[in-house]
Ligand binder design. Structure first.
Ligand code: SF4
Ligand code: SF4
Length: 330
């Protein structure tokens, strides 16, 4: 498994600082493009995809999502995060697949990864034929769009290589044009520091002031570049109940979620990937979204709820609440 021709692009992306504060990306450096350095003995990588659209997703789901994004008082959580934490689901299924393989061929060295920083997942998916790398930098497929997770099994077994996926973005640039923060700075090049997914999930500090209004009501992740992608009319529903949307994370208002204290947050996000960002970042994101809602129309209940939290808030949250309160029209 040789990814050496992915190294120059990776090196340049890191040099331009597009990884933001995801320093682990830099730390793993070029090991990311060298599977055998990451897991000694690796000869082949099995790349797998797992569809995640909730089973109850209706035809025309993109229109439902656009409508939610236009409803300033609603909260929008990225679709993939509305059900059970995919890390656990994917990992256990990959481990089961590795066991099945060992049953067939005898003992093998195998290590599974999913959404793991040191692994160039999309690059591996493209080379193994799982999907090409779209201009938004995610993997996508003609028969399955892009609403899927990726995972890998690194094995010390020589497997026949599958054919790489051919790219079918063509002249389309819908994802680049729709991105609210213009984070896709060129085709196939993402400045993570501007990406709402990164800002609401990975980024720890204050959300940059210039970007706050552009977050709208997105409080965890962002799906816009996938919602607009023409290939997602072929996105498939997950066969698993694990990714069914859970009630409070699908259809809640900003105010309902703002009312959660830390105990509520931990209870409602049990087994969900959202728990990883902690109550602090959750509240920071909500404060920004509440400010954006206040800008669209005065709302006494929102102002009061923000004000009430001000005294007990730490420095970071208090600054975001202050900002939110200043968004009301005068
Ligand atoms: S996830 Fe959202 S912010 Fe990030 S690149 Fe896609 S559209 Fe832009
Ligand atoms: S929106 Fe267009 S350019 Fe972007 S990934 Fe989809 S097909 Fe490619």
């Amino acid at each position: 498994m040789n990814l050496s021709d992915a190294e120059p692009g990776l090196r340049e992306w890191l040099a331009q600082g597009f990884h933001g504060s995801m320093h682990y990306m830099q730390r793993h450096g070029l090991k990311r493009a060298r599977p055998a350095e990451l897991v000694p003995g690796t000869v082949s990588v099995i790349s797998a995809r797992l569809d995640y659209l909730p089973r109850a997703t209706a035809i025309g789901w993109q229109a439902v999502e656009w409508q939610r994004l236009r409803s300033a008082q609603q909260a929008t959580v990225s679709i993939y995060a509305r059900g059970r934490d995919y890390h656990k689901v994917m990992r256990s299924r990959l481990a089961a697949l590795a066991d099945r393989l060992a049953l067939e061929v005898g003992p093998i060295g195998a290590r599974v990864f999913t959404d793991s920083a040191p692994v160039l997942e999309v690059e591996l998916a493209a080379r193994s034929g799982v999907g090409w790398r779209g201009k938004h930098t995610l993997a996508l497929q003609r028969e399955g769009g892009s609403m899927f997770f990726l995972g890998e099994i690194f094995v010390d077994l020589a497997l026949p290589a599958s054919a790489p996926a051919a790219a079918h973005c063509g002249t389309c640039s819908a994802c680049i044009d729709i991105c609210p923060t213009q984070a896709i700075v060129a085709p196939y090049r993402l400045d993570a520091r501007r990406c709402i997914s990164y800002l609401t999930i990975e980024h720890e500090g204050p959300i940059p002031l210039a970007l706050r209004p552009l977050l709208g009501n997105r409080i965890y992740g962002c799906d816009d570049c996938q919602l607009v992608c023409p290939w997602n009319k072929y996105a498939r529903l997950s066969p698993l109940a694990d990714f069914d949307a859970r009630a409070p994370l699908d259809g809640a208002t900003l105010l309902e979620l703002w009312a959660w204290d830390e105990v509520d947050f931990l209870r409602h996000t049990e087994g969900s990937a959202i728990r990883r960002i902690g109550h602090g970042r959750w509240q920071r994101n909500l404060a920004v979204a509440l400010g954006n809602a206040l800008r669209t129309m005065p709302n006494q209940a929102m102002q009061q709820a923000l004000q009430e939290r001000l005294d007990s808030a730490g420095e970071l949250l208090a600054e975001h609440i202050d900002w939110a309160l200043r968004q009301r029209p005068h």
